[in-house]
Design a protein around this ligand. Structure first.
Ligand code: MG
Length: 293
């Protein structure tokens, strides 16, 4: 683990970590919900005459609904889907998903979160999901862990993963929380008003094409420095977003993809499960707090 930590510090020109927060993705990290998502994506696309294999759905995890639908539409028809098609397909997928049995807590997730909090590190949530039921379940399943002002969801972001925006916003929210007296006057956190229960549908198509947005409202001095945090992610696009935000990224491979799908996106460490990460937490935390280059 020390090697991976030192490599990150060197590559990002830091001499050490100043760990204050740990940012957690939700689907496939805190909840074992990806099996349901991938099956519903596959079935919904099939219903409308498209082919999206279950395993491929894991590769698209974190993308907006419109983004995923358009990738398949472009591949199979040579053009993007219409707004109406996107709404129909996404509504059907959501209907199937809502009829699924409730996803369980990921084994080891609660144990890890309790340890993180007891260590004095602030747990944060950074998810592309905006499903109200899932967010309510978060509070039921992990009571007292996540403060609302320390959560980034689909309702906060404009671009979403794989853009670094959600994690940069996480660093911004952490800064505001830790520096309550700092002036917020120059910050313009964008609070979009979603039209549907899951606003990932309506996020702009730019997630498909755009690289990095101009985050003019996220001036670096209003954000926690990336070496004050770590990210726990399970999806290739989520790892891509976290790495692009400059944060040490721990991948947990809780799905069917090969480890290389996460390591190739730049994950700094990889664990086979949340339980394995939880078991390693005390050692990892000690290493993070003592490593120097
Ligand atoms: Mg995930």
């Amino acid at each position: 683990m020390i090697d991976a930590l030192q490599k990150y510090l060197k590559e990002n020109n830091y001499s050490q970590f100043h760990l204050k927060t740990a940012m957690f993705d939700m689907d496939g990290v805190l909840f074992d919900s990806m099996k349901n998502h991938s099956r519903c994506w596959h079935e919904a696309m099939k219903h409308f005459g498209f082919n999206l294999p279950r395993e491929e759905a894991y590769m698209h995890e974190g993308r907006t609904g419109a983004g995923t639908i358009n990738i398949v539409s472009l591949r199979e028809r040579g053009h993007e889907a219409t707004e109406e098609e996107i709404e129909k397909i996404y509504a059907y997928k959501s209907q199937l998903f809502n009829a699924c049995p409730k996803a369980e807590r990921m084994p080891g997730a609660n144990e890890l979160l309790q340890q993180v909090k007891a260590s004095g590190i602030i747990p944060m949530l950074v998810t592309g999901s905006g499903q109200k039921t899932l967010l309510e379940r978060l509070h039921r399943n992990f009571p007292g862990i996540f403060l609302p002002e320390l959560m980034v969801t689909a309702f906060d972001v404009q671009y979403g993963k794989p853009n670094p925006e959600p994690y940069l916003m996480g660093l911004q929210k952490a800064y505001q929380y830790l520096h309550p007296d700092a002036s917020h006057s120059t910050l313009h956190a964008s609070h979009s008003t979603p039209h549907a229960s899951d606003s990932t549908l309506h996020a702009p198509h730019s997630t498909l094409h755009a690289s990095h947005p101009t985050l003019h409202d996220l001036a670096p001095h209003h954000r926690l420095a990336p070496n004050c945090s770590i990210v726990v992610e399970n999806a290739p696009l989520g790892v891509q977003a976290a790495v692009a935000a400059g944060v040490f990224t721990i991948a947990v491979n809780t799905g069917p993809l090969p480890d290389s799908a996460l390591l190739d996106e730049g994950a700094n460490l990889l664990f086979p499960s949340m339980q394995a990460l939880s078991d390693a937490w005390q050692t990892l935390l000690h290493d993070i707090q003592t490593v120097k280059v």
